[in-house]
Design a protein around this ligand. Structure first.
Ligand code: GRF
Length: 215
């Protein structure tokens, strides 16, 4: 059975596009139940409509975080998504939303972050890593919890920062990694290969990926 996913984004939606493309070309065994943007005129809305997928704008302006999440849940609840996929969704979730997607020891919500977490959390990770002068940057796909960019890591991939990089060349190399890594991470969920383990020393859950057994 395909993984049922709902995609949430705030902006351009190039990651949403990469996920849609992967579903369409058969490399990701998922069904996109809907695309939701919280910003009117977000580029992602046109992408969803273009793909013929149920696409909604649920603006947050003027609403408390909980009131906005209640509006989101009105759209999402009937769709019974297995996973909420945050793709450039620039808002933190409150317990109201998290608890609507409780899994076993984790929430059924994943996010993409453009750094090798736990380095450079927050909204300007590319800029922060570039300015810091890292030699290796990267992309993280992680489960969402109550913290900012803190949940268990599902996949990470590094990429080099070259001496002659501008912020633009640096970012565009990172985005290419993002577009490959997110569908790959979702495919691990679709194949049911993601196990949660508890590390007593670190007092946190971490993820183990089950080996792929060819049939
Ligand atoms: C990506 O860099 C993502 O990692 C970050 O916001 C950006 C969104 O880009 N959280 P797009 O809207 O998917 O093009």
């Amino acid at each position: 059975m395909p993984l049922k996913i709902a995609l949430l984004a705030s902006g351009n939606g190039s990651n949403v596009q990469a996920i849609i493309d992967s579903v369409q070309n058969g490399s990701l065994d998922a069904e996109v139940k809907c695309i939701i943007a919280n910003v009117e005129n977000a580029g992602v809305l046109a992408r969803g409509e273009q793909a013929g997928l149920p696409t909604y704008c649920v603006p947050n302006s003027g609403l408390s975080r909980e009131a906005h999440e209640a509006e989101l849940l009105k759209v999402l609840n009937p769709l019974e998504a297995d996973y909420i996929v945050l793709a450039g969704y620039m808002r933190l979730m409150t317990p109201l939303f998290l608890n609507a997607y409780k899994g076993k020891g984790h929430y059924r919500i994943v996010n993409i972050h453009p750094s090798l977490l736990p380095a450079f959390p927050g909204a300007s990770a590319y800029e922060d890593a570039y300015e810091y002068g890292v030699k290796q940057a990267g992309v993280t796909i992680h489960f969402v919890d109550e913290g900012l960019d803190q949940g268990p890591i599902l996949l990470q991939e590094a990429f080099a920062r070259y001496d002659d990089d501008t912020l633009e060349t640096f970012k565009s190399r990172g985005l290419a990694v993002e577009h490959r890594l997110y569908p790959q991470a979702l495919q691990l969920l679709a194949e049911n290969r993601v196990l949660f383990r508890y590390n007593k020393t670190a007092e946190r859950y971490y993820v183990e990926i089950k080996a792929h057994v060819p049939c």
